[in-house]
Every structure is written in C-alpha cells, then in structure tokens.
Design a protein around this ligand. Structure first.
Ligand code: ZN
Length: 374
C-alpha cells in the first residue's frame, strides 16, 4: 500500500467499522435476545457494607437488571464474617444473611455473582497492611520492608502493595479456607483472585523465592488456585496485567508487567478467565489472550468513549475471528475503583464526580436501560 492510496483505504475501513456497529454501541443493544453477541456484560465493584446493603440491592434490581447486566464481580476481601477465620474479618462485615440477600437479588435478575479476594498481591494499601499479613506476618514476601507512616509513590522501596509469599508452607491453608467459604456462601461457580499489579514477587530477601523464575512463580500460584477451585467445579478469574509484556508493548508497568512475569501466559491453565483492564486506551490485548487460548473480558473504568470502543472491539473480534477463537472473547466488565458507597453517592446524585470521564458517565454510556434509545 502506497502513501497515495493509504488515506482512502483507511477511510473505507473506518466507515465500514462505524456503519457495522453504529447501532450496537452499548451492552443493552448488544444483548437483546441474543447473548452470543456479548455474553458477559458486567460490573466490578466493592461489596457493600452491611449498613448500605438495602440501597445496593435496590441498585441491582432497578439499575443493573434493566440494563441487561448479567455479571457482578463483588470485591469482598475481608468484608465477610468468616467462620473459618474470624480473626481476619473486617469490623462491621457482611453476615451470612446479608450475603443471601445479595444472592437472592442476583438470582432473581439472572446475574452471576463472582466474589473476589485479592490473592498474592494487594496485601496492603498505602500505609495500611491488609488483614492477612497483619495477622500472619510470616506470609509477607518482603518482611524487611516496613510500612511507612505516610505513604508516597514513588518511594525508595518500590513499595506499591505488599505480596504474600507464594511458597510459604502455611499460606494456602488459610487462603483456601477463605476462598472455599466465600464461594460456598455466594453459591458461586467462579471466583476472582485479583492477582493484579504484583510488584513484589521472587524477591532476593525471601529465603524461599530468591533466584526463582518470576514467571514460574506467578504461574505456579495461578495454577495452584485454579486447581483448588477445579476440585469443586469452580473457575478462576484473574486480572490480566501480569501476563502482558509492559516494556515491549509500551503498555507500561501497571497494566503490563516490567518484572518478568509475562511469560506466565504460556504456563497457566487455559481455562483461567482473564479480565483485561485498560483505562486510558482501548488496547487490543484481548486478541493476544485469545490467541494464547485464554478467554478474555475487556475492562474499562471511567472513560465512556474508550469503553464504547472496547465494546465494539469485542463484538468485532467475535464476528471476525476463527471459530476456534471467537468464543474466547467473552464481553466487557466496567470496574469501579472509588469504593461502592462513593459510586452510589455519585450515581444517585448525592455527591457528583468531577469532569466528563467519570465512572457514572461511563456506566450510563455502556449500559443503557432497556427503555432507552441507542
Ligand atoms: Zn517468597
């Protein structure tokens, strides 16, 4: 193709894409009678606190259901009154009867709940250590790195979040007790283990992990969790960033990996579901995961334009791929990172988010109500 012909060809491709998907730019119109167009249409949000449960259930009934949302990843972590490990409960955590109300509301509306507990990484946030490492400090991959009184990024320790040591002999007994209990109470066939942004892995200061291949360590942990879930016919979902080469792609060291974990993409079981988050651009990495044999969901955050492009991309990939690959493009899930209560405050107009690129605007653009026009 010469420079002379390039612009007209580009125009043709653009026109074709736009005209093909102009009538199917959100998940409501993409769902309709046919889930084959976009099988997963989801929201990922913190599980509500017990005191906010009723409003959250109202939101499920009155906002998620009419928008054809069919998947709800609930970030639970320690916001549940675990019987197996009461020492790890948050204060004011959800009770079993609270969870059953969520389960009932979602079942009534044909929404699949997928509970999440952050495993491996994200064991601290800013200057606060998470419950697991607070009660079991021996599991810390970097016990020599002390939590700062006032957290700043960047910092000399490269501390983003703490990780647990995947080779500690005691960690999986505790973690799997939690996983089993949360899957049982939510009556679910899938569990989301997080596993994003793992910066501390295979650290030289860890007597078990020092010198080990970081991709093999990451893949080993994914495989162990996957195999545990498979014993009860449950599927593992994870974030995809550690499986992307952040340097070569230019995608960077947050939504891609700079710490050599990315070769794990060839080492993990193919039935792990990948949640491929990209918030600043509609990166085309879903194709990469599908070509590796992994099923994938694109995850926007608060940019409505990019989110609509991610929906179009998913539909195009499903339409134009080989029969082997097309069903691996599962759909889209919006992620909410403000905290669930803050999101509902904004959604119900009690406290507005600033600007146009907001979670609420993105939610409304992606998920139009069934009575809305496209
Ligand atoms: Zn270790």
């Amino acid at each position: 193709m010469t420079m002379k012909t390039f612009p007209s060809a580009l125009f043709f491709i653009s026109f074709f894409v736009m005209s093909s998907f102009a009538s199917s730019q959100n998940v409501k119109s993409a769902s309709g009678k046919n889930d084959n167009i976009l099988p997963v249409r989801g929201l990922c949000i913190s599980a509500p606190k017990s005191k906010n449960l009723d409003e959250f259930i109202k939101f499920i009934n009155e906002e998620l259901a009419p928008r054809s949302v069919n998947t709800l990843i609930l970030m639970v972590d320690y916001n549940y009154m675990y019987e197996s490990h009461p020492e790890l409960r948050d204060s004011l955590a959800l009770s079993e009867s609270d969870v059953k109300k969520l389960v009932g509301a979602c079942r009534k509306n044909n929404i699949t709940i997928i509970p999440q507990i952050d495993l491996l990484g994200h064991q601290s946030w800013a200057s606060k250590t998470g419950n697991l490492l607070r009660f079991y400090p021996d599991f810390d991959e970097t016990p020599g790195i002390k939590m700062p009184e006032k957290y700043v990024w960047p910092n000399a320790d490269g501390l983003y979040c703490k990780s647990y040591c995947p080779l500690h002999p005691g960690v999986h007994k505790i973690v799997f007790d939690l996983v089993d209990e949360i899957c049982d109470v939510f009556e679910t066939t899938a569990f989301h283990a997080g596993m994003d942004e793992v910066f501390y892995i295979g650290e030289l200061g860890c007597p078990r992990c020092a010198g080990k291949d970081k991709a093999e360590l990451f893949a080993g942990e994914v495989t162990l969790i996957r195999n545990h879930l498979a014993e009860k016919n449950r599927k593992l979902w994870i974030w995809g960033d550690r499986l992307i080469d952040g340097r070569t792609t230019g995608i960077g060291d947050w939504e891609g990996s700079y710490n050599l974990t990315y070769r794990a993409i060839d080492l993990i079981p193919k039935d792990v579901i990948i949640c491929d988050w990209h918030y600043d651009r509609p990166d085309q990495t879903a194709v990469y995961f599908a070509m590796k044999g992994l099923s994938v969901i694109s995850c926007p955050w608060r940019n409505p334009d990019n989110a609509l492009l991610q929906i179009e991309d998913m539909q195009r990939f499903r339409s134009h791929s080989t029969p082997e690959m097309k069903d691996r493009f599962l759909g889209v899930i919006q992620t909410i990172w403000s905290g669930g209560e803050q999101f509902l405050d904004a959604f119900y107009g009690r406290k507005a988010e600033k600007g146009d690129n907001t979670q609420v605007n993105c939610f409304k653009a992606m998920f139009k109500r069934s009575q809305d026009k496209n």
